[in-house]
Ligand binder design. Structure first.
Ligand code: GLY
Length: 349
């Protein structure tokens, strides 16, 4: 078992290991003991893990209510957020009570947003059930819903009180879902850690150690830049074009696959324009292929850049883009849309 303490405005632990509600009962009880809790989960995850988790938490909490919703990115909307808030109020959760999210990125973002605004903020525990949520979305306090104009356009920064990355939950994950998370793991390696990139070349199933390494990389960035105005933007490598791909596909292409395409197109373009060394793109493509991730899409450079204009990182005249310098190192660069188009065109050739 590995414990990573995140020192943000509110300090919390991310624990990575097996059967954590049982093995870390003391940590869980400290937060939910004798409190009302509301578990938020999608129907798929709930059907697989819900009853067990509910029984385990019921042994510590004062009472447990459960809000489930139809799975999918579409669920991350204002109406669902509103329904959760009404549900929390109907169940009379008070300031001292707790929201527990059980699920992937959508559940964590949606439930986290609800916890952050209900009574101006009640405590939040994340139990991520996907690799992507474990290594990325459950850590660092970003919460959000999507708007028609784009992904995650409304949200808050709201740190959880505890994150339990239960590896046993990953065992039931469909391969597709595992692949998704690998895109974020590869992202960490390309942005921060050449050694991690080398380790990933074995193509082996992800371990407790690798998840903890990714969480620790995220911890470093989030501690340095909790509100995402500087170095935290590095975590968005591949995401600007990735969000374009997701949006253009009407969210038919999943987040992980879209980010993989975003990283690959950008790296290819940067390499062609001499921004990163020869061979960087080939390394990237090989690792994406190893984990069955795509490295190109059918959208044109113009479509991708137009869609990127609604990204959160975009301004009226340009965008902050994460540029690969080599494997293990990226930088944030402000650039015009014309420059972005030049890079993406080169990446699409
Ligand atoms: N997923 C990127 C971040 O948390 O900043």
């Amino acid at each position: 078992m590995k414990r990573i303490t995140v020192n943000t405005q509110t300090k919390y632990d991310v624990i990575v290991g097996e059967n954590l509600i049982h093995n870390c009962a003391h940590d869980v009880e400290k937060i939910i003991g004798n409190k009302k809790i509301c578990i938020i989960s999608d129907e798929n995850v709930w059907n697989i893990h819900g009853e067990k988790v509910k029984n385990q938490l019921s042994a510590m909490a004062k009472s447990v209510c459960v809000y489930t919703f139809a799975p999918g990115e579409d669920a991350k909307n204002i109406e669902n957020l509103y329904n959760i808030l009404e549900f929390l109020a109907e169940n009379e959760l008070k300031r001292e009570d707790v929201v527990v999210t059980l699920g992937g990125g959508v559940t964590g973002d949606l439930g986290g947003f609800a916890a952050s605004v209900y009574l101006r903020g009640i405590r939040l525990v994340h139990i991520p059930t996907s690799l992507l949520a474990m290594v990325d979305s459950s850590v660092g306090g970003k919460t959000a819903v999507n708007l028609k104009k784009g992904k995650n356009l409304a949200g808050s920064f709201y740190q959880p009180s505890l994150v339990l990355c239960n590896l046993d939950l990953l065992k039931t994950l469909p391969e597709e879902n595992y692949t998704e998370g690998m895109a974020e793991v590869i992202k960490y390696a390309v942005v921060f850690d050449e050694n991690l990139f080398e380790d990933l070349k074995t193509g082996e199933y992800i371990t407790e150690e690798i998840i903890a390494r990714c969480v620790d990389l995220k911890r470093i960035v989030v501690e340095e830049d909790e509100r995402d105005t500087g170095s935290r933007m590095l975590l968005n490598f591949g995401h600007t074009l990735g969000h374009s791909v997701e949006k253009l596909s009407n969210y038919g292409i999943s987040h992980g696959k879209a980010v993989a395409v975003g990283m690959a197109v950008l790296t290819k373009g940067c390499q062609k324009l001499g921004i990163c060394p020869d061979g960087t793109y080939e390394e990237m493509r090989k690792i994406l292929e190893l984990y069955k991730l795509p490295h190109d899409c059918d959208y044109t450079a113009e479509q991708l850049v137009n869609a990127a204009k609604n990204d959160k990182k975009s301004g009226n005249s340009g965008i902050s883009l994460i540029i690969p310098q080599k494997i293990g190192s990226c930088k944030v660069e402000k650039m015009s849309y014309e420059k972005l188009l030049e890079i993406v065109k080169a990446g699409k050739e």
